[in-house]
Structure formats: structure tokens, C-alpha cells
Design a protein around this ligand. Structure first.
Ligand SMILES: Nc1nc2c(c(=O)[nH]1)N[C@H]1C(S)=C(S)[C@@H](COP(=O)(O)O)O[C@H]1N2
Ligand SMILES: [Mo]
Length: 251
């Protein structure tokens, strides 16, 4: 990226951030909500324009890896199904893949690995204000999509998780097919060269490196390819989105 372009990107993103931050007071009213929604749409278009869809998130070296990768959000799903899988070392785990696909599948971690693997050292940024650098190994989501075949009309990939966040509200997330096919978008089963720890999402979690931490769904149970997420959860595309966070969480 040229300096000039980098400056333009920073300036536009800062302006977008300021516009969003300033909207708290009016967000109660209908007009405020509409203003927020359009501000988010503009931010998304600006980011997409300034960082082309194939642009890679920065990758780091082994020396940069954080000593501790803080487990955050759910760190031990307490549902009976998850606990039974955990007791058996996840030997019985199968990722379900369905929705708008030609060949629905149930895949073990070994079957996923056979589709392809990639390792990347990246920085994770959580909205709560902390970051960590980790080395992730996983299967590119694009390889899985090629394996199952997305049908015409498919637009989003929805990630259903094993954990309930608060009482009985399942954690879920979604990204569009463009982000899903990005080369750094992984279904990760290893962190820093070892099997994914339970705290970080064992046995399988999403890495979607150009977006904030809450998009990186842990404890993946099922992947659903859809035309719209309007009927899933409260219709905003994710657990935190249903609680007011932005769906497109570009960094
Ligand atoms: N299933 C599930 N995925 C989740 C969460 C969660 O609570 N449940 N928390 C999210 C948030 S806010 C962050 S910052 C990251 C934390 O990943 P880590 O535990 O590996 O640090 O996971 C994200 N994915
Ligand atoms: Mo987060």
C-alpha cells in the first residue's frame, strides 16, 4: 500500500469511527438507528474499497508469538453434548456441514486435514481492548466449500457453536462467501503447534483474520451455508450482533 493510500485509509477509518462513537445518544431513536446502520454500511464499503478482498492480514514471526493466548468469552462449554465429546478426547467429533450445499457432510478433524492445511501467525484483536499473537493451523474454509459445493444463491456461511452464551442462547457467527474464501480464513484445530486448548475453542474454531475477535467462532458444531441469516437467532448474523455489535467487524 502506498503512503498516500495508507494515510487515506487511516483518515477515513478514523472519521468512520468518530461518526459511530458520536451516535450513542441518538441511537435510542429510530432515526439514530438508521444513522448508525448507514454509518456501518459506509464503513464497510470504505474498508472493502481500501483493502481489496484478497488483501492479506499481516503475518508475524515465531519470535512475536504471545507467551499466553488469553482465553476469552466462553472457555468451557458446559452443555452435555460438548462434555461427552471432551471426555472422549473429541474422537467422536464430526463437523456438520449443510444448508445450500450440493453434498452435505459430517467430517472428522482428520478428514478436514485431508482437504488441505495452512499455518499462519497473526494478531487477534478483541473489542475489550487486548490483543494476542498466535500461530494457527487449520483447513482453509475455501477447501471445505469446494468439497461440499455451494449452491446458487448461497451468500453467507453461518457458524453454530457448542456453547451457550448466557442461559440458553447459543453462540453463533456468520461471514459472507467472499470472506469465507479468503486464503487466511481457516477452520483451526491447532494453536502454537499443539491441539487447540479447550479455552481457545477445541476441537475446531474459525480464524477470520481481517475482523475482530468476536467473529472468530470457537467450539464449531455446524456450518450452514445460507442465502440470508434473517431467520437465525435474532436475525443479525451473530450472538454479539444480536446484542448491538456490527456484523462487519473489519480491523
Ligand atoms: N463459541 C464462542 N466463540 C467465541 C466466543 C465465545 O464466547 N463463544 N468469544 C469470542 C470473543 S469475544 C473473542 S475475543 C474470541 C476469543 O478467543 P480466545 O478464547 O482464543 O482468546 O473468541 C470469540 N469466539
Ligand atoms: Mo472479544
Amino acid at each position: 500500500m502506498t503512503d498516500r493510500r495508507g494515510f487515506m485509509r487511516k483518515t477515513l477509518l478514523a472519521l468512520g469511527g468518530a461518526a459511530l462513537a458520536g451516535c450513542d445518544r441518538i441511537s435510542e431513536s429510530d432515526t439514530g438507528t438508521r444513522v448508525l446502520e448507514s454509518a456501518e454500511a459506509v464503513t464497510r464499503r470504505v474498508q472493502r474499497f481500501l483493502s481489496p478482498s484478497r488483501a492479506l492480514a499481516k503475518e508475524y514471526t515465531e519470535a512475536d508469538i504471545s507467551a499466553v493466548f488469553k482465553p476469552n468469552g466462553s472457555t468451557m462449554p458446559d452443555t452435555p453434548v460438548y462434555q461427552a465429546l471432551l471426555r472422549n478426547g473429541f474422537a467422536d467429533y464430526r463437523l456438520e456441514v449443510d444448508g445450500l450445499v450440493d453434498r452435505p457432510a459430517r467430517l472428522s478433524i482428520d478428514e478436514l486435514k485431508a482437504l488441505g492445511t495452512r499455518t499462519q501467525i497473526t494478531r487477534h484483536d478483541c473489542v475489550e481492548g487486548w490483543s494476542a499473537i498466535g500461530k494457527w493451523t487449520g483447513t482453509p474454509l475455501s477447501a471445505l466449500l469446494d468439497h461440499v459445493g455451494a449452491k446458487d444463491g448461497a451468500r453467507y456461511v453461518v457458524f453454530h457453536c457448542f456453547d451457550n452464551y448466557e442461559a440458553d442462547t447459543p453462540y453463533y457467527e456468520s461471514i459472507d462467501l467472499d470472506e469465507a474464501r479468503h486464503p487466511q480464513t481457516l477452520l483451526a484445530y491447532a494453536l502454537n503447534g499443539a491441539s487447540l486448548p479447550v479455552g481457545n475453542g477445541a476441537p475446531l474454531r474459525l480464524r477470520v483474520e481481517r475482523q475482530l475477535g468476536y467473529k472468530h467462532a470457537k467450539y464449531l458444531r455446524r456450518i450452514e451455508v445460507v442465502a440470508s441469516f434473517a431467520d437465525i437467532g435474532e436475525g443479525n448474523g451473530g450472538y454479539w450482533e444480536d446484542n448491538g455489535y456490527e456484523w462487519y467487524a473489519g480491523i
